[in-house]
Design a protein around this ligand. Structure first.
Ligand SMILES: Nc1ncnc2c1ncn2[C@@H]1O[C@H](COP(=O)(O)OP(=O)(O)O)[C@@H](O)[C@H]1O
Ligand SMILES: [Mg+2]
Length: 335
């Protein structure tokens, strides 16, 4: 069997925090997440703000120490490497952040911003070779070559995001983590950047971990989608299955809140969830979604449901997918 490019197994990230009364506690930002990404594939992480998407992205990039679990690249662990051993990994895993205004150093010309990873990973290259590579990368992101001599503040949001993508590409990575990379952009610019990412992926065989709360964009971009709730993946499926036939009650509610995607786009009903997302400092027992789930039964308050296969490449963590009557208490299943 061939190795996936990236694999994440049982990833946990707990932060030490203090409660309102000053007592020490643990905030479970990510609480047992597993997935794999193949070469050239886009996996999207979706879910409401605070569910742990960025923490997963940062853990993959080696930007934070993990509490438990493993991250592997081509089958070799990367979550436990020291700075020197991580350098070649850093070249292969790049990132594009959300905010194109704060993520570029305002004191560096575009040439220096894009050249920085080149100098870092190919320290022996001559100046002319670096300039040539910068020009090639600017071509790839469809910025004029003359942009190299300009400053970040001279560019619009969409152009700055192209510069951010150019900087990531200049390392010649295998995977780019895009953390809400288009979320801050205007609608028309968003579409241009999304199309650019797709073209680059095809041209270069890039894998993308595409983190977004924007389901319309995800439906356009992703090959597979993982839905997170309170630090866990509750459903993971090929894009078409997830949008056409979501299985987890949380996924159904999430899709139904976005009018242009999923079953609701085809005339389905909006599902309104009651209550707020519980605190990751004190997550509910059993299924972490049971406090808001319109279909919760007794078992959901006690047992945590595991991710189970519900279709080809499709897993969902819901007791109602268990066929036995005991699981559902004989209640009708969510259609
Ligand atoms: N450095 C930190 N210290 C304490 N809590 C954090 C820290 N970073 C993130 N969190 C918490 O972890 C949870 C997940 O955050 P995050 O991964 O940023 O979610 P998302 O990207 O899905 O919005 C949130 O409750 C957030 O407040
Ligand atoms: Mg985030």
């Amino acid at each position: 069997m061939t190795q996936p490019l990236l694999s994440v197994e049982g990833l946990k990230k707990y932060y030490p925090v203090r409660t309102g009364l000053g007592r020490p506690a643990r905030l479970r930002a990510v609480d047992g997440v597993s997935f794999a990404i193949e070469r050239g594939e886009t996996l999207s992480l979706v879910g409401e703000s605070g569910c742990g998407k960025s923490t997963v992205g940062r853990a993959v990039l080696g930007l934070l120490p993990v509490t438990a679990g493993q991250v592997s690249l081509d089958g070799g662990r990367i979550d436990n490497l020291g700075p020197a051993a991580f350098r070649p990994v850093r070249k292969r895993l790049q990132v594009v952040f959300q905010d194109p205004f704060s993520s570029l150093n305002p004191r560096l010309k575009v040439r220096e911003i894009v050249a920085e990873p080149i100098r870092n990973f190919w320290p022996d290259l001559r100046r002319e070779d670096i300039d040539r590579r910068v020009a090639e990368v600017l071509d790839k992101v469809r910025l004029p070559r003359g942009s190299a001599e300009r400053w970040p503040h001279e560019f619009s949001g969409g152009q700055r995001q192209r510069i951010g993508i150019a900087r990531a590409l200049s390392a010649e990575p295998d995977l780019i983590v895009c953390d809400e990379a288009v979320s801050a952009l205007d609608v028309s610019v968003k579409a241009q950047i999304v199309n650019l990412l797709q073209d680059l992926q095809e041209e270069l065989g890039l894998a993308l971990l595409f983190i977004s709360h924007d389901l319309a964009i995800v439906e356009h971009m992703a090959h597979r989608v993982a839905v997170m709730y309170l630090g866990k993946i509750v459903e993971l499926a090929p894009r078409s299955a997830l949008f056409a036939a979501p299985r987890h009650p949380y996924t159904k509610a999430l899709l139904s809140a976005a009018p242009l995607v999923g079953p609701r786009a085809a005339g389905g009903q909006r599902i309104i969830l009651s209550g707020d997302v519980p605190s990751p400092i004190n997550p509910p027992k059993g299924c972490s979604f049971h406090t808001r789930c319109p279909l919760a039964v007794g078992r959901c308050r006690i047992d945590e449901p595991a991710l189970r296969p519900v279709g080809p490449g499709h897993v969902s963590a819901c007791h109602l997918d268990d066929d036995s009557d005991a699981a559902t208490g004989g209640r009708p299943r969510l259609s």
